[in-house]
Ligand binder design. Sequence first.
Ligand SMILES: [Zn+2]
Length: 269
Amino acid sequence: MSKVILVLSDGLRYDTAVAGMGTLGHLVEVKLASLFKVTGELPSMSRPMYETIHTGLSVSEHGIVSNLVIRRSTSPNVFQSAREAGKTTAAAAYYWFSELYNRAPFDWIEDREVDGESLSIQHGRFYTQDDYPDIELFASAGMLVRRFTPDYLLVHPMGMDYIGGKHGSDSGEYRNHAIRQDMWLATYLIEWMERGYSILVTADHGMNADGLHGGTTPELREVPLFLILPGIAGKGDTQATISQLQIAPTICKLLGIPIPGTMKAAALV
Ligand SMILES: [Zn+2]
C-alpha cells in the first residue's frame, strides 16, 4: 500500500517518449522503473480516455464516447473509490477532469481552485487553456504534494497535445517538447520517489503527423507506461504490451483500496 501519483502526459506517443525522455529512460536502464507499451482504447480522444484510465472501462461501457459528452462520471472510478476508502485526492489538471469528477459544467471562477473534503477531487487546481505551460502545471503538482500529501494525485500536462496539434508529431517541436517535459519532471520525480510515492507516467493517446488523434493507428494508440514503485526494483524495459484498462485497477491496488467489480482487467502489481 502506498501513495500514488499518475502523470498523464496528454498526447504523448510511445516512441517519442522512449526516444526523448532521458530521465525516465535512465530510471528504466538502472531498473528503478519498469517500461510497458500501452495499447490505448478507442477512440483515441482525450475526455473518453480520461474516463477510461480512471474507470478501467471502455467508452461503450462508461458512455463518455466523445469530447462533447459533458457530464460527471457515473461509473466507479479511482477518485471516488479513493474517497470512499478515506484517502486524500488531488489533481493539477485540465478542467475536463473537474467536469468528470467534481462538477459539470465547469465554473471558471468557482471551480478553478478547490479544497473541499466532500469533493471527489478534494484539492484541485484546474486550467482551461490548452497552451497552459507544463512548467507551471508541474509546479502546482509539486505544491499539492508538499501542502496536502495526497494519497492520490493526478498530474496532467497538456504540452505534448498542444504542440503536437500545432506542428504534428513528425516535427522537431513535438520531439523537443518531450525532452523538455522530461527535464521539468525530473526534479519532481526524485522528490516524489523520496517521499515514497508510487509513480505512473503514461498518456491518454498518441498523435499523428497531421497533428490529429482520434483514429485507430499505432501512432495514436501506443502510449508508454513508466512504473516506479518505492523500495521495489523495477523490471527495466519489459517489452510487454498491456491494456489501458489495466491502469485503474493497478492504481487501486497500489493505494491498497478495494478494486471495484467493474474494473475487470488485471492489475499490474
Ligand atoms: Zn488528449
